[in-house]
Design a protein around this ligand. Sequence first.
Ligand code: GCB
Length: 636
Amino acid sequence: MLNRFSAVAVAALAWHCLAFAQTATPSHHQTFQNQPLQNQTLQNQTLQNQTLQNIYGRTHQNLDGRWHYIVDPYETGYYDYRRKPYDESEKGTGGYYDDRQPKDKGDIVEYSFDGSPTLAIPGDWNSQDAKLEFYEGTVWMRQKFTAAPKEGKRYFLYFGAVNYEAHVYLNGRKLGSHKGGFTPFQFEVTGKLAAGSNTVVVKADNKRHQDEIPTVSTDWWNYGGITRDVLLAEVPDTYIADYKVQLAKGDARRIEGYVQLDGSRKEQEITVAIPEANLSARVRTDANGRAALRIPVGKLRYWSPEDPKLYGVTIAAGSDRVADRIGFRTIETRGKDILLNGRSTFWRGVSIHDENPLIPGRLRGAGDMRMLLQWAKDMNCNYVRLAHYPHSEEMIRLADEMGLMVWAEVPVYWTISWQNPDTLRNARQQLTELVVRDKNRASVVVWSIGNETPVSEPRNAFMFTLADTVRALDDTRLVGAALEVHRNGKEVTVEDPLAEKLDLASFNEYAGWYWASNKDMLDFHFNIPYDKPVMITEFGADALGGFHGDADTRWSEEYQDQLYKNQFRMLEAIPGLRGITPWVLVDFRSPRRPHPYFQDFWNRKGLISQTGKRKQAFHTLKAYYDKKQQQYQQYQ
Ligand code: GCB
């Protein structure tokens, strides 16, 4: 697989040159000894940023809409001319976050939010301003809003996602910063909100760096900006900060979880109720505001793709009350089987990026998301791989509702700086933020800790730590990663110590595309040396929608279609095959894909084209899934 992308190296270079402020930055790169990170380092890492559980279920004000923006390739609004951040100076002022107006006609102010154009938020900037299509750097965004803070209430400013590094200011004061483009974060603003007009300014910077997560090299568009909702949440003085209400690991008869309060009255009687299941439990939180839940359950309708039943769950603590809709199901492996609610399943999946081909840029709302998930359902999927980073909370909630199991992933992709403890901390932090947010969603059945990471001692140590981290956070889901294959002659195998730490033998393989072709791929066979369910996390072929040729003509729909047929023959011979997520539901934009005719900066491995048309292989995959569904119904 090593030379897969060499043909596009030139384009990658062009991409660097087009980007404004990218290449010369020394970055935070340091040299580390050629050794895996030690356990000692890991134990001392503190992770932060607990966001409110179920933000959409809380009283909130939405701050989306049109935000004024200033493009700042040299970060003039952040650093003074000696390259010191204004927000670290004694006065803390001087940056664009001051949102200054000239005091009089003699005053100089070299920026103006009021005079600047606006972006629709949530929304990336690359798709909203032609000048910014390839931009990687800093953009400042400002929104004004009116607040009426009440005595005895607490307020949180919540961001669904900002790519990549965000610095946030409220009324000219810094609230803090966050790294990671796909997970939520919040700042408490109690006592900082003005009664009346308020100004929030966000500096977002999407420059890529070797030591970040993801690193410099990916195969997706690096959309910058505030790509998900911005909300101002209001809660009582003592409030339900977090909770987990899920079936215990492998036990369909018991709900296990916790409720976590924050505030001045941490010790309280709380109630957890699921009226439709006749369940109600009263527990007392301890001095830390925590109560463990262990609630025996009687008859329940278990969540499954065939019956995505969600129950109304309410949690009440003093004056706070939060309502959620939660599904209950178990997920386990036994030998090569995956058991959903105790029954063997086959995962009829497809991989999906967080991008709408019909509207440029990232997905913006429930309409976009429902469209993509419905396309997967039209193909008779019961499962989706939400690659290669956390998708939005709304997407996961829709999957809950529509009956699609989810593989959820963090952007630990390709050539991460395995020996840098800060990079590891960052990866663990993003993984934690994902699990914190989505742990109550029945649809999520796999936490994936990465994609195609090349085996080495330092990488193994890093990935083992992520596997341990995620299991410590949540033991009720399977842990996966998209591994790579190796070829010995005509045998295709997986030789990766990380496989031992995972619940699935899950891997990407590009038989027929990056190695072998339709003509000779059937000469190969798989030998997967693990007694675990085999999950093919990717295979695929590029086809330009509407381009036709024979099954040996690259880029044609016929080539892609034949490759899918050949894949099914190869894969069916693997004992323990329990699911596939071909790459990918729909064509998506990527700077790595410059061929002027066939690609035009799109990855064409979609089963659906850039214009929303189904390619031939869509129907072939659907036919395969119809067959698989029948086969597995026999077990039920
Ligand atoms: C892969 C990557 C995916 C790429 C895909 C491709 O192995 O995991 O992100 O987009 O191959 O099209 O090459």
